[in-house]
Ligand binder design. Structure first.
Ligand code: ATP
Length: 268
């Protein structure tokens, strides 16, 4: 799939026009009433980069991505995209500017078929282009091709997740925020998706990736941010992070440590 995306002119997404300065998040805060979820997080994601975020349950990962996408109110800090301050923009305007979040919880329009759900991502584009991008997603997810006319409420959890990932890719967004990419997906699909994400980054897109599987994260991410209780505890290049994660108990299982190290080394 990676090959088709990049080489054969069948990319589901339009080429990125010009490399800007990317996504810059500064001292971002998200509170739910008095509950602090994100307590001053800064990160940068430049065009062509995959920034990984890891953290325990409740560390604030979803809140961070939701704050960047404008899906929850931020109570402090700033977000800029290619030098434009988007901190106060509503979610739909951020979407139009190319910032899209793929939520952990599956989000599909239940009464629409798989194909229709995917096509929603191409709203505003000409029909031929939408068909081309949708087709490309059906090739990426053969299971969806088998079920393309089925109303989405009939899909399994994993299938609905494929639909929401596919729809985000159809938008051609320049900055995609993935919350738990591999959740509910078979290893074969995850392996293909890692290829797709790398290809998207190589085309100049920005990807922020929350991922519980450290092996997947280290294989993909250029840099890793570790979130603890709403704050960045560690940030650094992927190659350095495996060691840090091991020393700080994130790789408690020996097999995980070896896999993580291998994934990090495979990148050098
Ligand atoms: P998980 O891996 O379990 O999804 P997370 O790292 O994504 O966790 P968040 O879901 O962002 O973390 O939650 C961060 C904190 O904010 C947690 O303490 C959580 O209980 C709290 N929280 C999240 N959503 C809400 C909400 N809608 N109202 C109140 N508190 C919330």
């Amino acid at each position: 799939m990676t090959g088709t995306l990049v080489n054969a002119g069948t990319s589901p997404v339009a080429p990125v026009e010009a490399a800007g300065s990317g996504l810059a998040v500064r001292d971002l805060k998200v509170f739910y009433g008095p509950v602090p979820a994100v307590r001053g997080v800064s990160l940068d994601c430049r065009p062509g980069e995959i920034v990984g975020v890891i953290g325990a349950n409740g560390a604030g990962k979803t809140s961070l991505l939701s704050g960047i996408a404008g899906l929850v109110k931020t109570t402090g800090g700033s977000i800029s995209l290619d030098g434009r301050d988007i901190t106060r923009w509503p979610a739909h305007r951020r979407g139009q500017a190319g910032v899209v979040m793929v939520a952990e919880r599956r989000r599909v329009f239940p009464s629409l078929s798989v194909r229709e759900n995917l096509a929603v991502g191409g709203f505003g584009l000409d029909r031929g282009e939408v068909d081309r991008r949708v087709q490309s997603m059906l090739e990426l997810f053969p299971r969806l091709r088998e079920r393309e006319r089925v109303p989405s409420f009939r899909l399994s959890g994993g299938e609905q997740r494929m639909v929401s990932i596919g729809r985000a890719l159809v938008t051609g967004a320049q900055c995609i925020l993935f919350d738990e990419l591999s959740l509910g997906l078979a290893p074969r699909i995850v392996a293909e998706l890692t290829g797709v994400l790398r290809a998207l980054a190589d085309e100049g897109r920005m990807i922020v990736l929350v991922e519980q599987y450290i092996g997947v994260l280290l294989r993909l991410a250029d840099s890793v941010h570790v979130l603890e209780r709403g704050r960045i505890r560690f940030a650094g290049p992927a190659q350095e992070s495996a060691q840090w994660l091991e020393h700080h108990g994130y790789l408690a299982h020996a097999g995980t440590a070896a896999a993580a190290q291998e994934a990090a080394e495979a990148r050098t």
